[in-house]
Design a binder for this molecule. Structure first.
Ligand code: MG
Length: 208
């Protein structure tokens, strides 16, 4: 069972300078956002399915936010008041399709491409110590703390809320640090958010 049921998943691209650089990009002047479909949400322990014929598929460990109170035109100062919980998120990405398409909907939108861990209430989390780590088969591949974000979590929430109404249950993925890399069938990938929790998923080939 999926642990979240968002009406939309809003993701931030290139929010860590070293990750932007590893893919040959600059940090944008404003938060760069895109959507993943709610149908991509995957429960902890369920398999990430590698679609046939799409080339490289990467993990992207991210700090996820679950909206608790409708947010529209919220200020940076009030932004955290609209968040109910945090959760580890894996923004799984078909990297070759992302490069080929320009638009990211296909690359980011396959079923199973959004593993989400069990949310932890904001009140239970040390927001100053937030960091995300990704492990593949137990080996540390990514680590980033919120200090390294180009746009802070409150700035991201305020920015998105000026564009679209964030509804309770909506999910925001706040961007991935450097170290992204490909997944292969048989791998096990874990995204851990410090003080929040971990989401772990096996990786399988698509069976037609
Ligand atoms: Mg991402």
């Amino acid at each position: 069972m999926a642990v979240v049921t968002p009406t939309k998943i809003v993701c931030v691209g290139r929010n860590y300078a070293k990750h932007a650089a590893e893919l040959g990009n600059d940090v944008p002047a404003e938060p760069l956002i895109f959507l993943k479909p709610p149908s991509a949400v995957l429960a902890p322990g369920a398999p990430i399915v590698l679609p046939r014929g799409v080339g490289r598929v990467d993990f992207e460990g991210e700090i996820g936010l679950v909206i608790g109170r409708r947010a529209r035109h919220v200020s940076v100062d009030d932004a955290w008041d609209h968040v109910a919980a945090l959760a580890p998120v894996n923004d799984v990405t078909a990297r070759d399709l992302q490069r080929a398409d320009g638009q990211w909907t296909r690359a980011k939108g396959f079923d199973t491409f959004c593993p989400v861990g069990v949310p932890a209430p904001v009140s239970a989390v040390d927001l100053g110590a937030l960091a995300v780590s990704t492990r593949v088969n137990g080996e540390l591949r990514q680590h980033g703390s919120i200090d390294e974000m180009a746009f802070s979590i409150p700035v991201v929430i305020a920015h998105i809320s000026r564009i679209m109404t964030l509804e309770p249950g909506d999910l925001i993925a706040t961007g991935t640090p450097e170290g992204i890399g490909p997944l292969e069938a048989g791998d096990e990938v874990s995204v851990e958010v410090a003080g929040v929790g971990t989401v772990t998923n096996p990786v399988v080939e698509e069976v037609m």
